[in-house]
Design a protein around this ligand. Structure first.
Ligand SMILES: NC(=O)c1ccc[n+]([C@@H]2O[C@H](COP(=O)([O-])OP(=O)(O)OC[C@H]3O[C@@H](n4cnc5c(N)ncnc54)[C@H](OP(=O)(O)O)[C@@H]3O)[C@@H](O)[C@H]2O)c1
Length: 251
């Protein structure tokens, strides 16, 4: 993929992995539009940085998505790259009295339908360009789940499958479709403790490895897998699925 001179929209660009990716692409000479619900962060991140723009977007709200799509067509008709990264994560205890599917519904709305809706809304603009790329963020929990995050892991497994079909269907358009499947990274995805958890990879370390892999075009099958992703990605192929699942889900 082209690493400079792109016009890129990043969902979930107000924090964590999305923000770091947006800043890394901006530094490399791309126009970058970050999106998210927190207007104060959009303003703070883009202040005094020409070429970095903020646009409000709630991926679960069709009216918000329609507004964004119209603004992109009007102001950024050369958009040629989408990083569909917005996501949420919640633990769920399905043994608890009163457990209901509300957390799962929120996860499906954001992590699955949010990505599908944003892709559908922006695809007509993206398809009109040359050098078009769609990157979506799944997780290495797509390959082996953590049982305390059931709907979250399943949402990422959905994306892993769906992206293969999208890649195949768009192969002759052409649109390159890449999947980021991050390991455990220091962001606030599950709360403030994750951002300093020493077991998690620092976000700048993760994103610099991703940028290196993109620059080298080291993404077989369209999967951008950092070193730490690979054991889980290949656990089943390597006959280590049950041992990996057991290590991640102690009884
Ligand atoms: N950190 C990890 O360990 C890890 C591992 C594997 C995969 N991932 C994936 O990486 C992606 C980014 O997560 P992160 O770790 O960087 O966490 P994060 O810092 O919490 O970022 C999540 C981003 O998603 C946005 N977002 C959430 N709900 C949204 C909605 N309804 N509409 C629009 N934007 C929304 C948030 O922006 P606003 O709040 O401003 O809307 C925020 O910018 C997620 O898809 C996550 O599942 C993370």
């Amino acid at each position: 993929m082209k690493m400079t001179g792109n016009t890129i929209l990043v969902t979930g660009g107000t924090s964590g992995i999305g923000r770091a990716l947006a800043e890394a692409f901006h530094t490399r000479g791309n126009r970058v539009i970050i999106t998210g619900r927190r207007q104060s962060l959009l303003d703070e991140i883009t202040a005094g940085r020409p070429g970095l723009f903020g646009m409000s977007l709630d991926v679960t709200d069709q009216a918000s998505l329609s507004r964004l799509t119209a603004d992109i067509r009007a102001h950024f008709p050369d958009l040629n790259m989408l990083i569909a990264n917005a996501g949420i994560s919640r633990a769920e205890d399905m043994t608890a009295d009163g457990w209901d599917a509300s957390d799962a519904e929120a996860i499906i709305e954001t992590n699955i339908l949010g990505i599908l809706r944003v892709t559908a809304a922006l695809l007509p603009t993206l398809k009109g360009q040359t050098n078009t790329t769609i990157i979506a963020t799944s997780s290495n929990l797509a390959f082996v789940p953590r049982a305390d995050f059931p709907a979250y892991c399943a949402s990422k497994a959905f994306l892993h499958s769906w992206l293969q079909s999208l890649r195949h269907q768009l192969r002759n358009v052409p649109v390159e479709v890449l999947e980021l499947a991050p390991p455990y990274v220091q962001t606030q995805l599950t709360g403030v403790r994750q951002a300093t958890d020493p077991r998690a990879t620092p976000v700048d370390v993760y994103v610099s490895e991703v940028m290196h892999l993109l620059e080298q075009e080291e993404h077989p099958r369209g999967e951008v897998l950092v070193e730490r992703d690979r054991a889980r990605r290949w656990a089943e192929r390597d006959g280590l699925y049950e041992a990996t699942f057991a290590a991640m889900n102690p009884t």
